[in-house]
Design a protein around this ligand. Structure first.
Ligand SMILES: Nc1ncnc2c1ncn2[C@@H]1O[C@H](COP(=O)(O)OP(=O)(O)OP(=O)(O)O)[C@@H](O)[C@H]1O
Ligand SMILES: [Mg+2]
Length: 155
């Protein structure tokens, strides 16, 4: 686990660039944190690293899934309104979770049975109006490797 403390918006820019350098096809990023904690902001900043206009990145709260075509295809889930994992079945979630694309999942903690086995989970916590503590947990071989790489950059 790695926690970066009191990250402001400018530091978030450099964090997303650093993460962009180490992300690979098939990576899954699970985003966790209360309303307004910064999950979508984080996706916007990373998507920009792939050449996607941040104005095109909006939480797919009602449709659950949005896909952006950048230097790489990015899938962006927002599970806020998900009442049951069953709702994901007709949305071809497997094609986004298990693909050569990069997958962002807001409200990742709503997944139970359908939670993938390898992912990087990122927790956002308010510390002030303009700062957040950001923690990284890796699950599976790939998730753990990503946390290791981040530690090398930040510790
Ligand atoms: N250090 C920071 N990191 C992230 N967001 C910040 C930071 N400082 C201020 N903000 C602001 O906090 C807000 C975060 O909103 P955002 O939509 O990203 O949250 P969210 O976690 O996706 O919320 P929701 O669950 O409602 O979708 C934005 O207005 C952003 O500009
Ligand atoms: Mg959001």
């Amino acid at each position: 686990m790695l926690t970066l403390k009191d990250i402001n918006i400018n530091q978030l820019d450099s964090l997303s660039h650093n993460l962009h350098k180490i992300l690979e096809p098939s990576d899954i990023l699970g985003l966790v944190g209360e309303l307004g904690a910064g999950k979508t902001t984080f996706v916007k900043k990373l998507a920009r690293c792939y050449g996607v206009n941040s104005e095109d990145v909006v939480s797919p709260t009602f449709v659950l899934l949005q896909t952006y075509e950048g230097g790489r295809r990015l899938h962006h889930w927002d599970l806020y309104r998900l009442e049951s994992e069953q709702e994901l079945l007709p949305l071809d979630y497997e094609e986004t979770f298990f693909s050569d694309d990069i997958c962002f999942i807001e409200w990742f903690d709503k997944l139970k049975n359908l939670k993938p086995q390898e992912f990087l989970e990122i927790h956002f916590k308010f510390t002030s109006e303009t700062q957040r503590d950001i923690s990284f947990f890796g699950e599976g071989k790939r998730g753990k490797a990503l946390v290791q790489k981040l530690k090398q950059m930040y510790q």
